[in-house]
Write a protein that binds this ligand. Structure first.
Ligand code: NAG
Ligand code: NAG
Ligand code: NAG
Ligand code: NAG
Ligand code: NAG
Length: 617
């Protein structure tokens, strides 16, 4: 989320751009788009039928034992040697697993890591019906090599084992662990009847737009999404993930954040997202999922495996993923959701060049990892960096972006790369970063409440403004004579005020009531002391039917406008108590269309009446 979109961005420049030759560097990576349902069945030789029969009986016993181990022993076994796991059945199953067939060789995956132990990055396995079936032999403390013991890569220390593979592996890809992942995957699922299964080509996003949500506040904390994590005395100055981690210290920070990762979003959310007719999720995550630097208080690595599991849940329910690197070293925008609120020390500022290089190194690792075959069908979009600040000169940002694209595409990522318009308006990118075809898309975030010129619009005007101005912006951006080209809306919400608790930062006031950051003018339509945040403090159950009519129209107007481009990602799926920022709350409260692709109202219709809805809260 950003807070400095200006009305000035509506202007469209008509610069004639030299578009350069269309080399479509990235376009090749979608390649053959073959189904990677990788259900490899090992071919058997006659002798194996006899041996296999014996082994399979033992393997079944191993499965039962393994399930018990998975359910109970992970934590208790830390202190007591697991005799279950030492059972003959389990060890036979374990050795049976070493007979597993070798699968297809990895394709474009490259790995710079010297510690990588294996090149099997694809569906290398035996099917569950094979006589040499792998029973889940959960690793215990004694199985973990010293170098990994007690680190975030040691599965015996994990809080939550749901759907994680409990067998330790030292295998790394891009120097990033695959621990917790299964060897097989299934890309045959369709999110809904309206969209192709993962292993089928999506086709054109201009004709079949994205309808999606963000999973904000999960791996990149935001006080307004989960105020419960920031519930401290104001004098402690805990305003972002940085200050929170400093306050908690390494151990407590790791425990607090892991609990949050394990509980805030679960598989049920992916089920509900698919049921709502949504096809994609944008998943914000922070650089400390990958690494940390000297002096960083952030919790390293734990969010990584939850991110990987999130992708598996998305896959299971046919949902495509937009990976969003939301926080880079040094902070790209100085906002709380970049980890640390304050200065921009990325490209510009203290150590700006070093931090820019670090973020490229992180993309080298990430893109090596996400070039694995297992991600080719499920990771549809790969975001470079969320909302870089407007004070970063555009030419320097464009140079960094071109370098990042080169790294990511060079490593063989199949996804379309996403870059942010960086709060300077879509027209500023006309003629820039051309030649990538539909493998590069610009991301704009549309809010009416962070700009004093728009927040003052009354309800009817907010809806009509979206349909005229925002829709016009997107349409202009889609056309390379007036804009960049492929355009998506990576964030938007139903908020019509900036009243939600801490939406402007911990302890901040609101533009609406006139006490945000030194302002004294109340920016609500009545523009006087009537302006009130009282309604925003209420749960959605207290919303009037007129207000819900507005909220639904406001949502449908935005969906309609953004589908002029490649579609939209609502910000965000879930909040603790900010219903105008929660798709889930909208569904439950009856102010979101129950199925995103079946809607009653579009921008070509007349704005409905909102009855006697007051304009001051
Ligand atoms: C991994 O495999 C195990 C055992 O078959 C299964 O219980 C688990 O749900 C799988 N995890 C995922 C994310 O599919
Ligand atoms: C790989 O990551 C580990 C930490 O996870 C780090 O200590 C090591 O230096 C990294 N190696 C390379 C080659 O980047
Ligand atoms: C679990 O991980 C181990 C180690 O990477 C792997 O050999 C095994 O096949 C995985 N299990 C499943 C069910 O995929
Ligand atoms: C802003 O004004 C509201 C309502 O008048 C009040 O509740 C809130 O505490 C004020 N916030 C700040 C930071 O002054
Ligand atoms: C001071 C600061 O960084 N405030 C930002 C905190 O994040 C919210 C969204 O979560 C932004 O709207 C604020 O500008």
């Amino acid at each position: 989320m950003g807070d400095s979109l200006q009305v000035s961005e509506f202007g469209s420049t008509d610069r004639l751009g030299g578009f350069g030759s269309s080399t479509d560097r990235l376009a090749n990576y979608h390649g053959s788009e073959t189904a990677v349902t990788e259900k490899v069945t090992k071919s058997r030789k006659p002798l194996w039928f006899i041996l296999g029969g014996i082994v399979s009986i033992l393997a079944v016993a191993g499965v039962i034992v393994g399930v018990l181990v998975a359910k109970n022993v992970i934590h208790t076994s830390i202190n007591s040697k697991s005799n279950l796991n030492d059972s003959p059945a389990a060890s036979m199953a374990a050795s049976a697993s070493s007979l597993a067939a070798t699968g297809p060789s990895p394709s474009q995956t490259q790995d710079s890591s010297p510690t990588r132990t294996s090149s099997k990055t694809t569906g290398t396995h035996t099917s569950t019906s094979s006589p040499t079936s792998t029973a889940p032999t959960c690793s215990t403390e004694k199985d973990i090599p010293t170098a990994f013991k007690g680190t975030y890569n040691d599965p015996t220390t994990w809080l939550d084992m749901t759907d994680f593979n409990c067998t330790f592996t030292s295998e790394l890809v891009g120097n990033l662990s695959i621990n917790g992942l299964n060897s097989t995957w299934d890309d045959s699922k369709q999110a809904n009847p309206n969209v192709p299964a993962l292993n089928k080509l999506w086709g054109s996003y201009s004709s079949n737009p994205i309808r999606a949500v963000n999973l904000g506040g999960w791996f990149s904390l935001e006080p307004f999404i989960t105020p419960s994590l920031f519930d401290y005395d104001a004098s402690l100055g805990i305003v972002d993930e940085y200050t929170l981690c400093v306050h908690l210290g390494p151990k407590q920070a790791a425990a607090t954040l892991e609990k949050h990762y394990a509980t805030f979003i679960t598989e049920q959310d992916f089920i509900d997202i698919a049921a709502a007719g949504l096809s994609h999720v944008r998943i914000p995550f922070s650089y400390w999922a990958v690494t940390t630097y000297s002096g960083d208080p952030y919790v390293e690595g734990i969010s990584w495996r939850y991110l990987l599991r999130a992708i598996e849940w998305a896959r299971k329910h046919g949902i495509r993923v937009n990976l969003d690197l939301h926080a880079v070293p040094g902070s790209q925008n100085g906002w709380n959701h970049s980890g640390r609120s304050g200065k921009i020390n990325w490209i510009i500022g203290t150590d700006g060049a070093a931090n820019a290089q670090r973020s490229l190194d992180i993309h080298d690792q990430l893109s090596t990892f996400f070039a694995q075959d297992r991600y080719k069908n499920v990771v549809a979009f790969y975001g470079l960096v969320n909302e870089p600040g407007i004070t970063i000169p555009q030419n320097q940002l464009a140079d960094w972006t071109a370098s990042a694209i080169k790294i990511v595409s060079g490593n063989g990522v199949a996804a379309t790369v996403v870059f942010s318009e960086a709060l300077r308006g879509l027209p500023a990118w006309q003629g820039n970063l051309q030649g990538y075809g539909d493998k590069l898309v610009i991301d704009v975030h549309e809010y009416v409440i962070f700009d004093p010129n728009m927040i003052v619009f009354d309800h009817t005007k907010k809806v009509s403004f979206v349909c005229s101005t925002f829709e016009g912006q997107i349409a202009a951006s889609m056309d390379t004579s007036t804009g960049f080209g492929p355009t998506m809306v990576g964030e938007w919400s139903q908020a019509d005020t900036d009243c939600a608790q801490w939406v402007n930062g911990v302890g901040s006031g609101a533009r609406w009531t006139g006490n945000f950051s030194g302002t004294t003018t109340p920016y609500c339509p009545t523009g006087n002391s009537q302006c009130s945040c009282a309604l925003a403090d209420q749960p959605a159950s207290s919303f009037s039917s007129d207000y819900k009519t507005f909220l639904l129209a406001f949502a449908e107007a935005q969906m309609s406008a953004y589908e002029t481009g490649w579609g939209w990602f609502y910000w965000t799926w879930k909040t603790e108590n900010a219903p105008l920022w929660s798709y889930q709350a909208g569904l439950q409260g009856g102010f979101m269309p129950p199925v995103a692709y079946k809607r009653d109202w579009t921008c070509t219709d007349k704005v409905p009446s909102f009855g006697s809805l007051p304009e001051y809260y």
